[in-house]
Design a protein around this ligand. Structure first.
Ligand code: GLY
Length: 449
């Protein structure tokens, strides 16, 4: 297939499969990312590119049905442009210069009868992104040899191969076909983006704080409405209602509401069982606000009161949590946090798990990065520096007792140590029991008589 034909195929794919509107986050509860913030992010990426070009595509179209209100932009594309732009492309550093060019599909009046007005190439996109050069996506094919600079054969070919990031794998193939003969293979941009995204800027932290705050309020409301007999899916509905009315546009991951035997299943998200007196309920949830997700877990007793054994095991987990938290400071790593949690369980379990420690009943690592994804990008061995955000989530899972416990918080690394972003959500058994006695605030009917 000729370059022109393949280029047209890319363009056609975007237009035909995704006539959805092209929007910034304008109008969303989180608002737009300020253009100066986007510019600073692109400058940081440019500094990492070492003269090579980077080509990024938007997320792929979801299907041929002309309704795509839940279109979620590719993280790398959104991080650098702040746009939701199906069919859009971003080229940085084209030709070894400092160029930034945004390519957007031209407006399509017939499609707009279905989807509403689109933002086409033009000054509006420039103002929102701070990118002065905005062109029609139809021009990408023609521009590509220019952006690839020394590529296209000869002695210099391969010395400066382009980086690529593709919100849809189909775009990778399409772009690879467009490269001039002799051009070297596309290098993944992902490791560079991951390094950038590991340290959050102020705008990202603001969004994360909002996501965490909404998530914490959803937990509180769950405790208020839960009773023996309440279905896990009712709790899921209640918490996601709290998410939405506070401006979270979606969940960061499927909500986990696991009672009794389901509390020991780490990613239980069917949420079909009804709570029974004596159950512990593990609720692991995260509101996504402005493309950033929280991830907060609490465990509560279905009947409003921890039994003595549940309380003892729960407090062991809280001790492990505190031991892990102490390790979160600049210079240490997730491995240090894990070691500290396990050491605590090894030495402080008493006879709670028979003659041996409870450590074998913690069956997962206790941290992951958090940000635009719930398991956010970044190398797990990276030493902590201020601005990183990770989870701390010790737990114990005893299937023979149908008893699972997990306590998870979102932690910002600071210059001097850490800040627990979800600290406002109670963690102690007494505080949880007290909130469970409160009347619901947001969900007013359908739960308690
Ligand atoms: N909160 C779900 C997870 O960390 O996998």
């Amino acid at each position: 297939m000729s370059i022109r034909k393949i280029g047209s195929a890319v363009f056609t794919l975007c237009l035909v499969l995704s006539p959805g509107s092209i929007l910034a986050q304008e109008g969303s509860p989180a608002g737009s990312v300020p253009p100066e913030v986007l510019k600073a992010r692109r400058q940081r990426l440019l500094a990492e590119l070492n003269g090579a070009p980077a080509i990024l595509s938007s997320a792929g179209p979801r299907g041929d049905y002309a309704q795509d209100s839940d279109y979620r932009e590719d993280n790398a594309f959104f991080y650098l442009t702040g746009l939701e732009a199906p069919g859009g492309w971003l080229v940085l550093n084209g030709g070894g210069g400092e160029a930034e060019v945004l390519y957007l599909p031209p407006r399509a009046p017939a499609a707009e009868r279905w989807t509403g007005p689109q933002m086409g190439p033009g000054p509006e996109a420039g103002a929102l992104t701070g990118i002065t050069e905005v062109r029609s996506a139809e021009a990408l094919e023609e521009d590509l040899p220019l952006w690839l600079g020394g590529q296209g054969g000869g002695e210099e070919a391969g010395s400066n191969s382009p980086y690529g990031s593709f919100g849809d794998p189909r775009f990778r193939e399409a772009l690879a076909s467009l490269l001039p003969e002799g051009a070297s293979a596309i290098r993944p941009l992902a490791p560079l983006m991951a390094r950038l995204r590991l340290v959050k800027d102020a705008e990202e932290l603001e969004r994360l704080r909002a996501a965490v705050e909404i998530t914490c309020e959803a937990h509180r409301e769950l405790w208020r409405v839960a009773d023996p007999g309440t279905a896990e899916y009712e709790l899921e509905a209640a918490l996601e209602y709290v998410f939405k009315i506070h401006g979270a546009e979606r969940v960061g991951f499927p909500s986990i509401v696991g009672s009794g035997p389901n509390s020991v299943i780490l990613h239980y998200d069917k949420n079909r069982r009804s709570l029974e007196a004596g159950d512990l309920v593990v609720v692991d949830i995260g509101a996504e606000y402005g493309y950033y997700t929280a991830d907060v877990t609490r465990t509560f007793p279905a009947n409003g009161q921890f039994s003595p054994r549940q309380k003892a095991l729960y407090e062991l987990v809280l001790g492990a949590w505190a031991a892990g938290l102490e390790m979160i400071r600049p210079g240490s790593t997730m491995a240090d946090v894990n070691r500290s949690v396990r050491d605590f369980l090894e030495t402080r379990s008493g006879d709670l798990c028979g003659g041996t420690s409870c450590a074998p009943f913690l069956i997962h690592g206790v941290s992951h990065w958090l940000g635009m994804d719930v398991h956010d990008v970044g190398e797990n061995r990276t030493p902590f520096v201020a601005g990183m955000v990770l989870t701390l989530e010790p737990g114990l899972y005893l299937p023979e007792e149908a008893l699972g416990i997990r306590v998870e918080d979102d932690i910002l690394v600071t210059e001097t140590g850490h800040e627990v972003l979800s600290d406002a959500l109670p963690r102690s058994t007494e505080e949880i029991e007290a909130v469970m006695k409160e009347a619901p605030i947001w969900v007013n009917s359908g739960f308690k008589d």
